[in-house]
Design a protein around this ligand. Sequence first.
Ligand code: GDP
Ligand code: IMO
Ligand code: MG
Length: 422
Amino acid sequence: MKIDVILGLQWGDEGKGKIVDFLANDYDIVARFQGGPNAGHTLKFGGNKYVLHTVPSGIFRADLVNLIGNGVVLDPLVFQRELRSLEQSNVRFHSRLLIARKAHLILPTHRWLDAASEAHKGVAKIGSTLKGIGPTYMDKTGRNGLRAGDIESPNFREHYEMLKTKHLELLKIYPKVPFDLEKEEEAWFESLNTLRALPFVDGEYYINEALAAGKKILAEGAQGSMLDIDYGTYPFVTSSNTITAGVCTGLGVAPQHIGRVIGITKAYCTRVGGGPFPTEQDNEIGEMLRQEGQEFGSTTGRARRCGWIDLPQLRYTILLNGVTELCMTKIDVLNIFSEIKAATHYRYAGKEQQNLPFDLCQTAVEPLFKTYKGWNATLESAATFESLPAETRAYLNDLERYLGVPIKMISTGPEREKLIVR
Ligand code: GDP
Ligand code: IMO
Ligand code: MG
């Protein structure tokens, strides 16, 4: 058996949660491999809406095991809140929500540092979700971090105090931002009990034994490839490897175990926070996309920046991830447009180019758009690709041709059942 992967090909919020939830029924295990509570994955079914931050999106499927892998950074406090809301929805998860011992912990002072570091950057700020992601991954690579498995150690409190003291020293170089450490700390330690109540596993053994036993595993990405620490629009990125390679390090599996790689893209493009966005429409069109697509952040509520789909950008992330098939979401949001655009090339350094420049932050690229005729019709009743309006099919067929990968799923609404599978 191989591990299939689902991940976002843009700047996040492509609709990963919805698609993972839909596909989860075909799997035994859903595993998150990176990121943390900066993620907000929305699921809609049975007239209800759920937003998950740390918990994998397979949690609503009875009997399915959900693993929080070692590449994830976990804030026990945010996690506790998330679990309480699952309990309120009568989701039984206690025996099937597993924590990899090597997942790093987000401390209250990591959140404080995140806020102070952003305040220090001023207008150049990243637009972080302020969940402590950057500082936690910094401590991981700086070899100072605390891991979930450490809470089982008798020296845990001592190690916590050492790290906290270091953070308090660091905070002195930043502008002051309000933070009630005593209160946050108390709640944080209390929330460790919630964590203790869940099964801890050595994630790398768990996942490899599951593979050997023939279990079907789906790896769920967070953020998007353009937010990848190595290949995204650095420094306006997150602090983890969001691409397929992150599955190997984040779960402890070898590359030959990777199977299908399902890349998700919206039918247009969004980004939340700072940083370059070549096809952004900071105008009436962007506003129409925002309103029609309800483009407001699932984690922070911030308005998302909106623009047309960017094919050079997608070709780049398809390449990085080894995407075997595409899933296009939110095609219904384009119903209101009589004309739809897609950037097919960039112009920079005096010529038309297909590749992204070294640094999108430093290079002014001009996206070159192709225009498509809109369909101006509802897609409500379309259950198959063939029953989509001719203009929708023409748009999808043309994108497929540019991208060189088949679009196998088309999402026509936020609800679980609004999905065309080809
Ligand atoms: P994720 O972070 O990739 O899981 O995506 P988010 O949940 O942050 O954002 C996607 C938003 O689009 C959510 O509000 C979803 O309910 C919604 N959504 C997902 N698929 C569709 C779709 O096909 N059409 C529409 N209109 N909304 C969708
Ligand atoms: P999902 O999984 C969209 C963005 C933030 C900011 C940058 C760094 O829901 O797609 P961080 O908190 O990681 O330090 O923020 O990355 N960002 C996201 N944007 N969707 C997400 O997750 C994101 N997670 C982080 O807005 O620009
Ligand atoms: Mg999201």
